[in-house]
Design a protein around this ligand. Structure first.
Ligand code: ARG
Length: 470
């Protein structure tokens, strides 16, 4: 039996059902569909479309279906999607009253409501995972103290930086991801329920009431927009892809750092894998997959945008393609964040290797130039002087230190800048890579994290506020 048997004579072909069904994946929206159905029934009661008794019968049937869904709900071959399945079962349980469930509602506003409920909850769950990873980063940063390593540009050693500074750089990027999600959730927190198929209803529905009942901040303003808008999916996919890109960059660094060539980090055995053939191998698979998954996440975003592009108003079945990418991106990012957090929490940094790599004499080249600037030399000229010394040192095989000591404008004082560990201490400007600036940064990062935890709590509370009675 189909929902449209009144209109279409022939039974739907099997190939059509196989091609168009979404139950295999949208059963994941069951809980949200139940919540939406409850709110809809309450709304129908409030508008006097259902009697109090009918509301009670329907709510009881919905409760039972919810229970069955948690256990042995028997899906039928004709259940095209989760909405059809739930309505069918409510009707089986509640008989004629069940047949009133879909009054004033379309699957178009229903599915949009379900998916917004899903996105809101799952995105906020991702926010807590992001915070967990940030906590690992800030803990490792604090532990790292004054340890330093080369900072790179173009993957060439550039200037020494505190390890804490490097780790927190990733932490701030994740903070922007978090902020983006919180704003996306704010934007998507709008109820489409009551938009009907596309134009609203002749029945006295109360979209404001159902919106509030579901903990949405507002109801839709335009019914056509309500059923056809999937901006929130595209935006969520972007937010998740951006996290994926950030994790990918962390992954790439860990893959490099754990190589024998760098040797900056040794991964815990529980967060590394072996080789099926080469007994000596220890591979950074978590880091590599964190990098690799980004491609798939970006694919989901571009795929969704391509689906949306050119769709005429309002609902089109194309929109059914919104769910799988969203589900997958949420799942992949959830796993990636957890695995990355574990990998970083348990990794051992080889601080000696890092220090040795950072103490190459040329690491302080800019300090020499800046020392000359403080003596009054224009920077461009100072850059030339030091660059010339570095070239000389390489070409003639003379240590830079000797050349600096012998240079009339530099000498023994300036040579002090080449002392191991000296250069990094001189990065004193706000947000800079040296110990004094990083100590401030750590405080600011912790403060930011505190605020973000509160924002998350606030958003979670607003979402789960008990529905008003009625
Ligand atoms: N499974 C459909 C989807 O995910 C539900 C909405 C179907 N609406 C319709 N008019 N056929 O989009």
């Amino acid at each position: 039996m189909t929902l449209w048997e009144g209109r279409l004579g022939a039974t739907t072909a099997d190939e059509v059902l196989a091609f168009t069904e979404s139950l295999t994946f949208d059963r994941r929206l069951a809980g949200d569909d139940i919540a939406g159905s409850r709110a809809h029934v309450r709304g129908l009661g409030r508008g006097g479309i259902l009697t109090e008794d009918e509301v009670a019968i329907l709510l009881a049937a919905i409760d039972r279906v919810e229970e069955e869904l948690g256990g042995d709900f028997a899906f039928q071959p004709s259940d095209e999607d989760i909405h059809t399945a739930i309505e069918r079962r409510v009707t089986e349980i509640a008989g004629d009253v069940g047949a009133k469930l879909h009054t004033g509602r379309s699957r178009n506003d229903q599915v949009a409501t379900d998916l917004r409920l899903f996105a809101r909850r799952e995105l906020l769950a991702i926010v807590s995972r992001v915070i967990e990873l940030q906590e690992v980063l800030v803990t490792r940063a604090a532990e790292a103290g004054d340890a330093y390593l080369p900072g790179y540009t173009h993957l060439q050693r550039a200037q020494p930086v505190l390890l804490a500074h490097h780790l927190l750089a990733h932490g701030w990027a994740l903070g922007r991801d978090l902020d983006r999600i919180v704003h996306s959730v704010d934007r998507l927190n709008v109820s489409p329920l009551g938009a009907g198929a596309l134009a609203g209803s002749s029945l006295p529905l109360d979209p404001d009431f159902v919106a509030e009942n579901l903990g949405f901040a507002a109801r839709f303003e335009n019914s056509m927009d309500a059923v056809s808008d999937r901006d929130f999916v595209a935006e969520a996919l972007f937010d998740l892809a951006m996290i994926g890109v950030h994790l990918s960059r962390i992954g790439e660094e860990i893959a490099l750092w754990s190589s024998e060539e760098f040797g900056f980090v040794v991964l815990d055995d529980a967060f590394a894998t072996g080789s099926s053939m080469l007994p000596q191998k220890k591979n950074p698979d978590v880091a590599e997959l964190a990098r690799g998954k980004a491609g798939r996440l970006i694919g989901h975003l571009t795929g969704m945008l391509a689906t949306l592009k050119g769709l005429p108003l309002s609902y089109n079945r194309d929109l059914q393609e919104d769910k799988e990418p969203l589900f997958d991106s949420v799942d992949q990012i959830d796993r990636a964040l957890r695995a990355t957090a574990g990998m970083l929490a348990t990794a051992s940094f080889d601080l000696d290797r890092m220090r040795a790599a950072a103490d190459g004499s040329a690491a302080a080249a800019v300090d020499l130039a800046e020392w000359l600037v403080q003596k009054g030399m224009p920077f461009r000229q100072a850059h030339g002087v030091v660059g010339g010394l570095v070239r000389d040192s390489i070409e003639r095989g003379v240590p830079l230190l000797e050349l600096v000591q012998a240079h009339p404008a530099l000498g023994a004082d300036a040579a002090g800048l080449l002392e191991p560990g000296m250069a990094v201490t001189r990065r004193t400007t706000p947000g800079g890579a040296g110990p004094a600036a990083v100590a401030v940064q750590l405080d600011r990062f912790r403060h930011r994290l505190e605020i973000d935890r509160e924002r998350l709590d606030h958003a979670l509370k607003a979402m789960t506020e008990p529905p008003p009675t009625g």
